[in-house]
Design a protein around this ligand. Structure first.
Ligand SMILES: [Zn+2]
Length: 453
């Protein structure tokens, strides 16, 4: 798309996007300084790892890279955009390690049975909002997200970097099998269900079927593979205590992913589901809410990632009282505090995410959900988790990373995904809960998507 047709496309978007914050739309599009330079002057840096801010510094961005950081003045050079930081905080763009870009705006029925074009437009608008909340990268752990990712990477629409899993892979009746009882029995080798045809989730009931579905996601550009190894809250036919895939089935997925240079992550709550996944070579556990002490210890010994979420109470209350899902949520929720306590006790490599599903309102609290980690962590620890630490998890994708380079840190040579925050989030982490007010500049890949100064 050339720049004129892009401008026309962009100009037409507000007609579609009535109701979207006009500031986000006006500022959410790739600007003209694509290959230019930006100089942040007089900023104090949170580098994505440490516990304190730097001395007042200057940071030069060239292209999409952080070229130079210095407490001495830096010459911007002709054509560079200079941004007077006035002592504000410069920090890495936020990363959500458990996101479903295609499953925020639609309700479950729309996500499965709705029009694919509509769902993609809704997801595009949500992606722009996600970036305007300061989330410059998401790890997408299930959903038909490859088209959205291509549209963002191709600058058709503003949004975060996406590490896609593609379809989540499940067993018959497992978490992610959203078929109805009337869809049964499946004809072996026969018709696929709607959710499979749109690439939302795939049902696989043998090692051979797992291999096919894993390789299909890799062929489409998956940067990691997601399986559901046990029951889940939101799916209709999976009790939370069950284990689903057998160890040989899990191992088939791990082999296919590792042959392709990447890894498998699994949705798992219970000790049995987690331990079986680890035995099969899985590198990352999503949620882990019902894990016990021995399982946490095993994860530490085997250097397994825990990708978990401080799920908000309103999500639990969103499940109708008396429903199967509500009963499951009531059982799972006490595990949230326990899993964080175990993660701290055993110093597990812990990634942070939100797992917002089917709620635009909740998605708007993405930063507030991150801030809620201060129940267990200092503000600096929470912010490091959502930047430097999450980026280490993303790096497990190796050469299958769609975005070669270093993410989640402010250091020379890293990719320029940056937020300029009005205030010090290490003293007041609630600043990140109101990004419209407090994030004055949002930069992704060296491009300024918002500049409110
Ligand atoms: Zn999820």
């Amino acid at each position: 798309m050339n720049s004129i047709s892009r401008r026309i496309f962009v100009a037409a978007l507000p007609l579609i996007a009535i109701g979207l914050a006009s500031a986000a739309r006006a500022q959410g599009n790739p600007p003209e300084n694509d290959a230019g330079a930006t100089l942040f002057q007089n900023v104090r840096i949170f580098d994505g790892k440490g516990a304190s801010l730097s001395a007042p510094s200057n940071v030069l961005i060239k292209g999409n890279i952080i070229e130079r950081i210095s407490t001495e003045p830096i010459a911007a050079g002709p054509g560079a955009t200079a941004i007077a930081g006035n002592g504000r905080t410069l920090m890495p763009g936020l990363i959500d390690a458990h996101w479903h870009a295609m499953l925020i705006r639609p309700n479950p029925a729309q996500a499965i049975d709705g029009d694919v074009g509509y769902n993609n437009i809704a997801a595009g608008l949500e992606a722009t909002d996600t970036l305007m909340r300061g989330f410059t990268t998401v790890r997408d752990v299930g959903g038909p997200v490859f088209g959205l990712k291509a549209a963002i990477d191709g600058a058709l629409i503003a949004g975060p970097r996406i590490y896609p899993s593609g379809a989540m892979i499940t067993v018959t009746s497992g978490h992610g099998d959203f078929r109805r009882l009337s869809d049964l029995p499946r004809t072996i080798g026969g018709m696929l269900s709607r959710m499979e045809r749109i690439g939302g989730s795939m049902v696989a009931d043998s090692p051979d079927e797992v291999r096919v579905r894993v390789r299909e996601q890799l062929m489409q550009g998956a940067s990691q593979i997601k399986l559901t190894a046990g029951g889940g809250v939101s799916s209709p036919f999976s009790p939370i205590d069950v284990s689903t895939f057998t160890e040989p089935e899990l191992r088939a997925a791990v082999e296919a992913a590792e042959n392709w240079g990447t890894y498998v992550t699994v949705h798992a709550f219970t000790p049995t589901a987690i331990q079986r996944a680890i035995a099969a070579g899985v590198k990352c556990i999503e949620h882990g809410f019902l894990m016990d002490d021995a399982t946490a210890k095993l994860m530490a010994e085997k250097d397994i990632w825990l990708s978990t979420q401080p799920l908000p109470e309103e999500l639990r209350q969103g499940f109708p009282p008396g429903s199967v899902q509500r009963a499951k949520a009531d059982e799972v929720w006490p595990g949230i505090a326990r899993v964080y306590e175990l993660a701290k006790k055993y110093k597990l490599k812990t990634a942070w995410g939100t797992d917002v599903l089917f709620s635009q309102a909740l998605a708007q609290k993405q930063g507030a959900i991150l801030a809620s980690l201060v129940r267990w962590y200092s503000p600096a620890e929470a912010l490091a988790m959502a930047t430097g630490t999450n980026a280490e998890l993303l790096a497990l994708s190796g050469k299958r990373s769609p975005y070669p380079g270093k993410l989640g840190v402010v250091e020379q040579g890293a990719l320029a995904d940056l937020l300029l925050v009005d205030g010090n989030p290490l003293e007041n982490i609630d600043l990140i809960a109101d990004p419209a007010k407090n994030f004055k500049v949002i930069m992704k890949d060296g491009r300024i998507y918002k500049n409110a100064l």
